[in-house]
Design a protein around this ligand. Structure first.
Ligand SMILES: *[C@@H]1O[C@H](CO)[C@@H](O)[C@H](O)[C@H]1NC(C)=O
Ligand SMILES: *[C@@H]1O[C@H](CO)[C@@H](O)[C@H](O)[C@H]1NC(C)=O
Ligand SMILES: *[C@@H]1O[C@H](CO)[C@@H](O)[C@H](O)[C@H]1NC(C)=O
Ligand SMILES: *[C@@H]1O[C@H](CO)[C@@H](O)[C@H](O)[C@H]1NC(C)=O
Length: 437
């Protein structure tokens, strides 16, 4: 009798898991993006949609996944985590930096996505996640969740997301997996790597993640060094006066204090005021002077007597916001299916981070890890200025390995970062002032 019962249970479980797998396969097919407005034709597949977290099931996280352009079955999987905290990996990482489709200035009648020749899906399967919940299209139905968001919650939720995502895309489960964090992602990437590393120790086949390494670019690592770096950068680029520079450093005591004084806060306010009229994310760029009201249907920089630089359009954030707010775009991406009561924004909240090369340098020094490669220019097609600098820091016991990440023309260019099993902290710096989110 008991054996029958066990057999019955076994069969029920098998049937249930087969059904679950079938449902996931159906959902995967439904997540395929086939009709994205303005998209150039491409031979590879991409998918987007929601993964409901099993641990916190009122949370639903939005992803956009691009299979590698060729031989996706043989290529690693990377997850891209944008910073802020609170900025969208889709709006920045995918639509402006390393995704295959970059949002461009729309023409009068059409959406415009251009194919990105530097897309990372040349070498990897790339997964963009909007995190934490409330960023982009990711949401929670429990408003209390919003009060608890912090690095630990983000790490937990991202892991829960990944486990759910692998159920939908089981073919990628065995691929080498890498985590990439930009800006505040400098916190997300190592913390997620650590959580996965620890969880893997007691993992079942189901919950094991084949983590090979992580990478950070323009990373926020440490408040004191990061702030010092911003201030030094602004002073050295003539954005603030000697006087403000001196008083900032004096009143803020080189930013060492955990709590800043009101004098320091006033100085900091004056400091950020100095950036009005300057694009803090690219100090050499003109600022966007267009008036993008929500009713604007087209934009024309020439109308305001302004020549658009061929490589960088300071208004791109506006185009991106407009693009992802369109109903047809959301429908194509299977986004906003619950009719969220607020519009799509690139960053939720205003806690933007700005992370110049000076900050990164100070922060690396503070890490106290042995440097295995000195600062040096990185040549690309025999040009140097175009790419910036790099530094490698070793975190034993694995062999050190360098990522070459760079952003000619404001993009991260793919590099040879997907080779050996690594646990090496790689920090990539770019030309000062280029992109900081
Ligand atoms: C959130 O609520 C909406 C509306 O009731 C529902 O359609 C959706 O499935 C819920 N999502 C989650 C993750 O609970
Ligand atoms: C993260 O998850 C672990 C394990 O499920 C749990 O013990 C911990 O409380 C969670 N932390 C947060 C901040 O949610
Ligand atoms: C932008 O345009 C809107 C609508 O046309 C108008 O109400 C607003 O005053 C304009 N803002 C600026 C700064 O010109
Ligand atoms: C979601 O859809 C609703 C209804 O169409 C819209 O008002 C809202 O702006 C959208 N929100 C996002 C985040 O796209």
């Amino acid at each position: 009798m008991e054996r029958h019962w066990l057999l019955c249970l076994l069969i029920t479980t098998l049937v249930a898991s087969t059904m679950a797998a079938d449902e996931e396969a159906q959902q995967r097919a439904a997540d395929r993006v086939t009709n994205l407005p303005g998209q150039p034709p491409v031979p590879f597949q991409h998918y987007s949609g929601y993964i409901q977290l099993q641990t916190q099931n009122e949370k639903s996280m939005f992803y956009w996944f691009f299979e590698a352009q060729t031989e996706p079955a043989l290529k690693p999987l990377v997850i891209w985590l944008h910073g802020g905290p609170g900025c969208s990996s889709v709006a920045f990482g995918a639509a402006q930096e390393i995704g295959p489709f970059l949002v461009r200035r729309p023409s009068y009648f059409t959406n415009r996505l251009t194919f990105n020749e530097y897309s990372w899906n040349k070498v990897a399967n790339v997964l963009f996640l909007e995190s934490p919940v409330s960023v982009g299209f990711s949401y929670t139905n429990n408003s209390n969740d919003l009060l608890e968001i912090g690095d630990q919650v983000v790490a937990n939720d991202t892991l829960a997301f990944l486990l759910g995502w692998f159920k939908r895309f089981p073919d990628f489960k065995s691929h080498d997996f890498y985590i990439i964090g930009e800006s505040y992602g400098g916190h997300y990437a190592p913390q997620l790597a650590h959580l996965i590393y620890e969880t893997n120790k007691g993992a079942t086949q189901d919950s094991f993640i084949n983590l090979k390494g992580f990478m950070m670019g323009n990373a926020v690592i440490n408040d004191q060094t990061d702030t010092l770096g911003i201030v030094d950068y602004a002073w050295s680029h003539g954005i603030i006066s000697d006087k403000l520079y001196q008083s900032l450093k004096a009143d803020c005591e080189d930013f060492k204090l955990p709590h800043t004084s009101s004098q320091c806060n006033n100085q900091l306010k004056a400091f950020f005021d100095a950036f009005s009229g300057i694009d803090i994310f690219n100090v050499y760029s003109p600022v966007c002077v267009l008036n993008f009201s929500s009713t604007t249907t087209s934009s024309n920089l020439e109308d305001v007597g302004f020549e658009i630089p061929s490589t960088f359009d300071p208004c791109v954030n506006n185009y991106v916001r407009k693009y992802f707010n369109q109903k047809e775009v959301q429908r194509a991406l299977h986004a906003n299916v619950t009719n969220l009561p607020y519009p799509y924004t690139l960053c939720s909240g205003d806690a933007d981070a700005r992370v110049p090369v000076t900050s990164t340098r100070y922060s690396i020094t503070k890490l106290g890890l042995p440097v295995i490669g000195e600062w040096r220019p990185w040549f690309y097609k025999r040009q140097v200025g175009r790419v910036g600098w790099r530094l490698m820091v070793k975190d034993s016991p694995w062999p050190p390995y360098a990522a070459e990440v760079t952003k000619p023309h404001y993009r991260h260019e793919i590099g040879h970062f997907l080779c050996s099993p690594i646990f090496c902290l790689t920090v990539a710096c770019h030309l000062p002032g280029f992109d900081l989110r």
